[in-house]
Write a protein that binds this ligand. Structure first.
Ligand code: B12
Length: 358
């Protein structure tokens, strides 16, 4: 069966292959344009649970557990690249000290990011400072990593390896440097589509989907800017219609709007129609954004139940669930609400800005 992800060595044990294929995404699924760079100015911290205390002395098994690699991989890295234990001997076995662990942590992250093991080992061996939290490993990444496609590729590898921390760090750095709209459209959406396709084709990887979704939700929520003197006097309403549980796009929209100082009532996943109706009556939102991912939730006839109020709110529909063959989205509802359908995050933002009169 055609796999959409590149294999990442043995899953679970994470026994990395000697060289990772560099460059394009498998199957040429995405032609993510060569645009934007990961700005290299912000330090990315290493996870504290992966660093050793100063006087720590670890067995090969303990280091393997901490890094999520097989002990055999550590032995190979020792033999081939000299990244072995330099600590004192206990019985017959030498132990890894904190500096060894710091180097190996860097080695692993660079390999996951797509660097060849020998290049990664060169960089890891140069690591002098025992304080691993100061190591800006993103700076050490190869030039090609500046291409968006490479970032998507790296995120996929990290996600497949269930390296939560690395996925988190890459996405955080991306959002910090390029903002939510660019990060969402150019990096996160391609990743989500790859993850979804992997599940559709192989029926596996649901744990990756869940982990990735939780990280995105978490990062987006952290990036939510508190609105001070918002542009809109009445908050816009954002909701996933009915039983719709796919809510990530709604989170992205909420953050994008907060960056524009637009206040929103965020009702989130699975918002029943009654809750939408009640919010419309209570706060008269200038725009109502409704997300439907799955077709079974994007039922345009529901819109007729949204009460007619003054001033008339603009209904903005987003998500593939609203499209289906042969069904046209009406431009107004029986209650005369104006309806528009938007295809991407920037358009959703601009329709909402228009509705609030900006
Ligand atoms: C993350 C995810 C989940 C998470 C959701 C977590 C969360 N809190 O949101 C979890 C794991 C819970 C989940 C569950 C399920 N999922 Co799911 N999921 C996804 C995944 C990977 C991303 C969803 C997403 O956020 N999409 C948003 C963007 C990335 O995708 P898009 O809408 O297609 O984007 C297009 C446009 O909408 C637009 N766009 C992009 N961003 C934005 C933003 C705005 C504001 C606008 C207006 C437009 C826009 O640009 C894109 C290109 O045209 C998709 C894969 C996919 N391709 O979407 C599957 C996917 C939607 N899931 C699918 C399925 C089948 C399910 C499950 C039924 C089974 C399963 N996989 O476990 C359950 C259903 C749960 C339920 N009770 O309803 C299918 C749906 C197939 C279908 N059409 O019916 C998909 C497509 C996977 C697949 N390839 O088969 N899922």
């Amino acid at each position: 069966m055609h796999r959409l992800f590149k294999p990442l060595g043995t899953r679970g044990g994470c026994d990395f292959p000697e060289s990772f294929p560099q460059g394009t995404l498998a199957g040429g699924l995405f032609q993510v344009a060569v645009m934007g760079v990961i700005a290299h100015s912000c330090p990315v911290t290493m996870p504290s649970d992966r660093t050793a205390t100063k006087d720590e002395s670890l067995t090969v098994a303990a280091v393997a557990r901490r890094l999520g690699v097989a002990p055999a991989t550590l032995r190979t890295w020792d033999r081939r690249y000299g990244l072995g234990p330099s600590g004192h001997t206990q019985g017959e076995h030498r132990r890894y000290n904190s500096m060894d662990l710091a180097r190996l942590t860097l080695m692993r992250k660079l390999v996951i990011a797509g660097m060849s093991p020998s290049q990664a080992a060169d960089q890891a061996l140069k690591l002098e400072d025992e304080n691993i939290s100061k190591a800006n490993f993103v700076e050490l990444l190869p030039q090609e990593f500046e291409v968006r496609e490479e970032l998507v590729d790296s995120l996929m590898r990290a996600a497949q390896a269930m390296d939560r921390t690395f996925v988190f760090e890459l996405l955080e750095s991306e959002i910090r440097n390029n903002g939510v709209i660019k990060a969402w459209s150019e990096v996160i959406v391609p990743c989500l589509m790859l993850i979804g396709d992997e599940w559709a084709v192989t029926g596996s990887g649901i744990e990756v989907e869940h982990m990735f979704s939780e990280i995105i939700k978490n990062i987006l929520q952290t990036n939510l800017k508190p609105t001070k003197d918002p542009r809109n006097s009445r908050p816009v309403l954002l909701a996933c219609i009915g039983e719709e549980t796919h809510s990530l796009a709604l989170f992205a929209l909420q953050v994008a709007l907060s960056e524009m100082n637009v206040e929103a009532h965020f009702l989130g996943a699975r918002t029943p129609l009654e809750a939408i109706v009640a919010t419309v009556k209570r706060s008269a939102p200038p725009a109502i954004f409704l997300w439907a991912q799955l077709e079974r939730h994007g039922d345009v006839t529901l819109l007729a139940d949204i009460p007619s109020i003054r001033p008339t709110p603009r209904i903005v529909l987003g998500g593939p669930g609203w499209f289906r063959d042969g069904v046209a989205i009406p431009s107004s509802t029986p209650s005369k609400l104006k309806v528009v359908h938007v295809e991407d995050l920037p358009k959703a933002v601009s329709e909402i800005m228009y509705a609030i009169g900006d």
